[in-house]
Design a protein around this ligand. Structure first.
Ligand code: CTP
Length: 397
């Protein structure tokens, strides 16, 4: 898959920079062409000569090098590659990217590019866990930057925890996905996932047991087929997949707004377990046990996001897929739900507690369309996702 692909590799200043030398070798073994860019800090860890010799390419280092600009300007350099890989991506480089700074060659290329960018973060565990880095990570993921790692383990600085750069085979696997020319290449798919939280007061909320595992697996499977994925997620247990554009929401109302504001999609998959009601009289201050009796909650209906999108007259995705979480008469209820909401497909599943499906790793679904009901065997949520993504790809051709 990497044959004839051109990768611009930005090597930042971290102890893991030595692994980037091996990365260059492995990428070239797979037929990729690598153009290296070494930051000033990166040059403290690996030599320009070793990077340019291993890549058999000219090495770029400074922003204002008149010779380089005459041969290939920095804008062109940022767009000539199929993919930009930043390995190691230091806390400093991530902060520059998140803030849109362009004060050296690497940050300028990253701001000027119109290509996908994959970063392999590497830093001390405290730096990784610092709220500033986590904020920057969320910003970058929201911008559609792909992230691989970091891994947990012993660090060069003697501490233990997440922060070690992903290993070379993991980075290559992520590059493979990023460059995949799958059947959904050029298609935009929207996925909703996770539960919603409906506030009772500033500290309490109503929620459900959805972990977000199935929606996350579907987003990953769509990504693996080459789709651009917008992932609108409530507060889920599992982290969003790497490489999607993440929009985090809390309530059903926020989820609807995020869905309606997302770029036009070819397909939309509604895997979120949206709360049906919100508390109409949610308190602005914490409700106290002040002796005046039990609090009274008034409920109001939430907007039905799936039905809203299914019934759009303008800009409706070609394929709209809903889920039906049922405990009784699964197929009959789900079939009626498809017609009521006017989506194209419904993926029905039995969420009775004894099935262990809600919050579990497996799922047994029935795909309901205008052609009838097709039951799939009980398989892992990842396998359900892969099968569904393949069907979506077939439906969009
Ligand atoms: N859904 C939605 N917005 C809502 C409620 C549900 O988009 N306010 C979507 C879910 O993401 C799912 C589908 O509708 O794809 C069905 O969800 P489900 O909870 O099974 O159905 P409900 O609409 O809640 O119907 P009921 O409560 O009658 O089972």
């Amino acid at each position: 898959m990497l044959a004839n692909k051109h990768i611009l590799l930005i090597v930042g200043g971290g102890i893991a920079a030595f692994k980037s030398l091996d990365l260059v070798r492995r990428l070239r073994e797979r037929g990729a062409r690598v153009t290296p860019v070494l930051t000033k800090a990166g040059a403290e860890f690996v030599t320009p000569l070793s990077l340019s010799a291993l890549s058999a390419s000219k090495l770029y280092q400074e922003l204002f090098d008149l010779n380089d600009e005459a041969e290939m300007g920095h804008i062109e350099l940022s767009r000539a590659a199929d993919l930009i890989v930043v390995a190691p991506a230091t806390a400093d480089l991530m902060a520059k990217m998140a803030g849109g700074l362009a004060n050296d060659l690497a940050s300028t290329l990253l701001l000027a590019t119109d290509k996908r960018v994959l970063i392999a973060p590497s830093m001390n565990v405290r730096m990784w866990e610092h709220p500033a880095t986590q904020r920057n990570l969320a910003t970058l993921q929201g911008d559609g930057i792909l992230v691989v790692g970091p891994n947990e383990g012993d660090m060069a600085c003697g501490e233990y925890g997440p922060g070690r750069m992903a290993e070379v085979p993991e980075i290559i696997a992520a590059i493979d996905i990023a460059l995949s020319d799958g059947p959904l290449k050029g298609r935009h798919v929207l996925v909703t996932s996770g539960p919603t939280h409906e506030p009772i007061d500033p500290v309490r909320y109503i929620a459900n047991r959805s972990s977000g595992a199935q929606g996350t697996a579907i987003a990953s499977a769509l990504l693996a087929l080459g789709a651009d994925v917008t992932f609108v997620t409530g507060p889920a247990d599992v982290p969003p997949p790497m490489g999607v554009t993440v929009v985090k929401v809390q309530t059903a109302k926020e989820m609807l707004d995020a869905v309606l504001n997302a770029p036009a999609a070819d397909a939309a998959i509604f895997a979120a377990a949206v709360a049906d009601w919100h508390v109409a009289n949610a308190a602005v201050s914490k409700i106290k046990k002040d002796g005046t009796g039990l609090p009274r909650l008034d409920f109001a209906q939430n907007p039905d996001i799936l039905a809203t999108v299914s019934q759009m007259t303008d800009g409706r995705p070609k394929l709209v897929v809903g889920f039906a979480a049922e405990t009784d008469d699964v197929i009959a209820n789900a079939t009626a739900k498809r017609l009521r909401k006017q989506c194209d497909w419904i993926v029905a599943n039995d969420v009775s507690p004894e099935t262990g499906i809600m919050g579990g790793t497996e799922n047994a679904v029935t795909l309901i369309s205008e052609h009838g009901a097709e039951s799939w065997p009980r398989i892992g949520k990842d396998a359900v996702a892969a099968k569904l993504a393949a069907r979506i790809a077939e439906a969009l051709v």
